[in-house]
Write a protein that binds this ligand. Structure first.
Ligand code: NAP
Ligand code: MG
Length: 473
């Protein structure tokens, strides 16, 4: 049993003023792992004040100083690889496979921030004027539980690259993961107050970050509903917002695709991170005349999929993060049944032998139409909806008939055709014939999947304000 009773403000681990504890429960066994002491509004204000003081000098650091800080953090994270992977498995129920990839992404976040700093011009000429790209101020970072330290690293590294200081509010369910990353960042010897982290509830700590006039910008990853609450509050003090929200990503398999490759890939895209991924490809769009072949391939692929103990290196689907999330996924499976979709594989209830944890049977629905709730709403679990189409035009229409627009997938054996289809999808990223992450390309959503972009130059510029100096001659 672990007790986490410190938050991190102004370069020190301190005891928060908040007195409420939150229990940390194992997603795999539902046994108690420990508890975390939650920060309150006063703690959050203190963290913001520390970041505000630190900004005065940190905003004036040179790019080479900031590159050194980024290198320091990266090397302290490198020393704790096994700890990062293990704590993500234990506390979040992330599979060993996902936790390992996630760990590599954490490191890559620092590499790409360093790359950016090596090439980005903070002073430009536009028209006749000098334009200085100035750090925006104190950034509030609010993140969910599904890749907690990954989000901390990508957002913090960009903030540091820009010369901004930060107050971070992770999910209280990620407290042990947070403790580990905080220890690493503490070891990196950043100037006091550049990095502050407050465990606590969204309605308390997150709300103060959204309200406080000394926060200049919020970088939020989470649900569309909470994103809207934050954006409404932020506008009162004209905070800039970057919102990375939900998705209902379409995966178009064109009729000329190699289905023996495209379908296993589609299952991987749907069930990545046990389905708890904003970019999961949860709507599989198949030509009508390929449905029977697709059904066989889906069943075959899923029969080899290991669901269970996230520690097992071969496990593909682990437990849902909480019983709340498990129940939410069950409710959606029931909704699909009520709406008249047909279960091809999976269904309600826990897989045999996994009754103690929050395990869901990977579930695939066929006979889904795009108006059903299971095709429109983000489920955030291993549930895939198969939708058939007659023509390429109809596939594009169905793909775009969504309130979301975060990511999409296209498979075809003709790369020109795939490119042409991909260019008509309203999504921030379209993956063609595979899945990968380009850390220098923008990431973010069209429509209700968010506002703004992360990564690459656009991601960096979201932490900067242009100041034009117009000198009379
Ligand atoms: P969530 O409920 O939106 O919570 C996200 C964060 O916001 C948490 O730290 C939460 O704190 C906090 N929060 C809650 N209410 C708040 C308020 N009134 N003011 C300020 N902050 C508040 O999301 P989640 O359930 O943790 O995560 C799943 C969601 O994240 C999914 O919808 C998924 O699509 C989205 N997501 C998006 C991306 C992306 O890059 N686009 C990536 C991953 C996940 P508490 O934990 O205390 O509630
Ligand atoms: Mg929440």
């Amino acid at each position: 049993m672990k007790t986490i009773d410190k938050i991190y403000i102004n370069g020190e681990f301190i005891t928060p003023q908040g007195t409420e504890y939150f229990d940390l429960i194992s997603p795999t066994t539902n046994k108690n792992l420990g508890k975390v002491l939650l920060g309150n509004t006063e703690d959050t204000k203190k963290a913001i004040e520390a970041a505000q003081n630190a900004f005065k000098t940190f905003s004036k650091t040179t790019t080479s100083e900031r590159i050194q800080y980024l290198k320091n953090i990266k090397s302290s994270i490198e020393k704790r690889k096994d700890d990062f992977i293990n704590v993500m498995i234990e506390e979040y129920g992330g599979t060993f496979q996902f936790a390992s990839v996630s760990y590599e992404y954490m490191l890559k976040g620092f590499d790409s921030a360093i790359n950016l700093l090596n090439s980005y011009n903070f002073i430009k000429t536009m028209g006749e004027s000098e334009v200085q790209m100035a750090p925006i101020g104190v950034v509030g970072i609010i993140i969910p539980w599904n890749s907690s330290n990954g989000f901390i690293c990508s957002k913090l590294s960009t903030a540091i690259a820009a010369g901004c200081t930060t107050v971070i509010k992770p999910s209280e369910m990620s407290a042990q993961q947070t403790q580990l990353i905080t220890e690493c960042i503490h070891e990196a010897n950043l100037p006091k107050g550049v990095f502050n982290i407050v465990n606590g509830l969204g309605e308390v700590v997150g709300a103060e970050i959204s309200r406080n006039p000394n926060i200049a910008k919020i970088s939020f990853t989470g649900s569309t509903n909470v994103g809207k609450i934050i954006a409404k509050e932020a506008v009162n003090t004209m905070k800039r917002v970057t919102l990375e929200l939900g998705g209902k990503s379409p995966n178009i398999i064109l009729d000329d695709a190699d289905f023996s490759k495209a379908i296993p890939l589609a299952i991987g895209a749907a069930f990545m991170n046990s389905g708890q991924a904003c970019i999961a490809g949860t709507r599989l769009l198949i030509p009508e005349n390929k449905l029977e072949e697709t059904k066989l391939l889906i069943k075959e692929t899923i029969s080899h999929l290991i669901v269970g103990d996230p520690k097992n290196p071969n496990t593909a689907v682990g437990p849902m993060v909480s019983t709340k999330q498990f129940n939410r996924v069950q409710d959606y499976i029931q909704t699909g049944i009520n709406e008249g979709a047909e279960i091809l594989t999976g269904g309600l209830g826990k897989p045999q032998g996994l009754e103690n944890g929050n395990f869901v049977k990977p579930t695939v629905f066929i006979k889904v139409n795009n108006q059903m709730r299971i095709a429109r709403e983000e489920i955030f679990g291993p549930v895939l909806s198969v939708i058939t189409y007659k023509t390429e035009e109809e596939a594009i229409e169905i793909a775009n008939d969504t309130t979301y627009g975060l990511q999409a997938y296209v498979s075809s054996s003709d790369s020109k055709r795939a490119h042409n289809v991909a260019s008509q999808i309203n999504a921030g990223r379209v993956q063609i014939n595979g899945i990968s992450h380009d850390p220098m390309a923008p990431f973010g959503g069209f429509k209700q999947s968010g506002i703004g972009r992360e990564f690459g130059i656009l991601g960096l510029e979201a932490y900067l304000e242009p100041r034009a100096l117009i000198q009379q001659k």
